[in-house]
Ligand binder design. Structure first.
Ligand code: AMP
Length: 411
């Protein structure tokens, strides 16, 4: 687990803001679920997944409840829906940390942030398109150019079950040619074998049957409609019939955004899909749902690689230098901040030289200087710090206004 320090922390916050600016105008409302839930909330997302079986931070609390830090937020959002029963369709977004006991490496951490949406109560393929397009727009606004979109359909639960049977037979027939790890995965969930990156598994995976042979007419029609919608919005995608998702509850549309610059083992920036039965398993009525989770840590690594979405400036507009004891600096910083400017100052009544050095280091565009002359005359001097320019003396009463005008001009 890491500390996110400035300037990175500024970028972190700006990233969540970009996400909010994309999803809120589409009708998604922020939900802030607790960081911890009853363990059962998460075991319902699938007990064949590593996320649930191996990676959960779970413990017994002082009231003898078995709880877990959330490894993801879809289950929490569905639990919240089942508990509060907001009117359908219900569109929610979230942003915050999750916890998984994974082997830390670049792009994989034990505490990581996700932003995501969940939309409940609608079966319409247009909603699948809307959700996929929102994620796409988020990456576009960050300035990422090398994001690929993979889509697939896992069919209806019956289709998926028949497909899993066929996969099991196929992988079983391969016997020892399949890696030991994949043989273990096969016993739990044959779909997940498709996710294996081990070289010895690749020819067997390539020869495996594909899900399209098992789609029901309804599932096929739904997937066609999703593709037409993405085409209509000009969103470029690739159909990957062997795409599967880490958690067990998906059906029909699934998708993944991949970063073109990241290592293949950690190149999934985010993904999601349709799920059924999850709300029901968490105590609600049968309710269709679709959503995605996008990893903030990895998205910012992709931004680093592409040289986009750098940290916003943390530099203040104005630095106040007061050699008359500091009372003027106290009043001026407070007044300027109230007027919407960012202002910092020196403390401890240090020498003019020391305060000017601090003003320089701050990177502020203007220094405001109050010495004994200014204090006596009820004025303040404005000195441009980044460009050559005249230092001017203005009335204290008009200082905020004068500064505002100067700040609006080109730096
Ligand atoms: P998932 O919830 O497993 O579908 O993951 C969705 C996204 O969250 C992934 O594509 C990653 O970007 C991110 N993610 C998942 N696990 C981690 C982790 N341990 N560290 C960093 N990012 C992660």
């Amino acid at each position: 687990m890491r500390d996110i320090m400035a300037p990175e922390s500024r970028r972190w916050r700006a990233c969540a803001q970009v996400f909010a600016d994309v999803v809120e105008p589409a009708g998604y409302e922020l939900v802030i679920p607790p960081l911890m839930e009853d363990l059962g909330v998460f075991t319902r997302i699938g007990d064949a997944t590593d996320v649930v079986t191996k990676e959960m931070y779970d413990f017994v609390d002082k009231g003898d409840r078995h709880v877990a830090l959330r490894p993801e937020q879809t289950a929490s959002i569905c639990r919240a829906f089942a508990e509060h029963r907001p009117v359908l369709p219900w569109k929610a977004w979230y942003s915050g940390p999750n916890f998984r006991y994974e082997k830390p490496q670049r792009g994989r951490y034990r505490q990581f942030d996700q932003v995501g949406v969940e939309a409940l109560g609608v079966d319409d393929p247009h909603l699948d398109v809307e959700v996929i397009a929102l994620g796409w727009e988020f990456y576009r606004r960050l300035g990422l150019q090398q994001v690929g979109l993979l889509v697939n359909s896992l069919g209806e639960p019956d289709d998926r079950a028949r497909y899993m049977g066929a996969l099991e037979a196929h992988f079983d027939a391969a016997g020892d040619a399949l890696s030991e790890q994949s043989r273990a995965t096969l016993r739990k969930n044959p779909l997940r074998v498709l996710d294996s990156k081990r070289p010895e598994d690749q020819p067997i995976i390539t020869a495996a049957p594909t899900i399209d042979q098992f789609w029901s007419t309804a599932a096929g029609d739904h997937f066609d409609a999703v593709q037409s919608g993405l085409d209509a919005l000009g969103i470029h995608f690739t159909i990957d019939l062997k795409l599967v998702r880490g958690l067990d509850y998906y059906r029909r549309t699934i998708f993944e955004y991949q970063g073109g610059t990241l290592d293949s083992a950690q190149n999934a920036l985010g993904g999601g899909g349709r799920y059924d039965g999850l709300v029901e398993a968490l105590g609600g009525p049968p309710t269709p749902g679709i959503g995605f989770a996008l990893g903030v840590d990895r998205t910012l690594l992709a931004c680093d690689d592409e040289g986009v979405f750098t940290a916003p400036s943390g530099v203040v507009d104005v630095f106040v230098v007061d050699t008359t004891g500091g009372t003027a600096a106290l009043a001026i910083t407070s007044e300027l901040r109230a007027a919407g400017m960012s202002a910092d100052r020196a403390y401890d009544n240090r020498s003019m030289k020391a305060q000017m050095k601090a003003a320089n280091r701050s990177g502020a565009r203007f220094a405001i200087i109050v010495g004994s002359d200014e204090a006596e005359a009820g004025s303040a001097s404005i000195r441009p710090m980044r460009v050559d320019g005249e230092q001017v003396v203005v009335d204290r009463d008009s200082l905020a206004h004068e500064l505002q005008q100067r700040l609006q001009e080109e730096p």
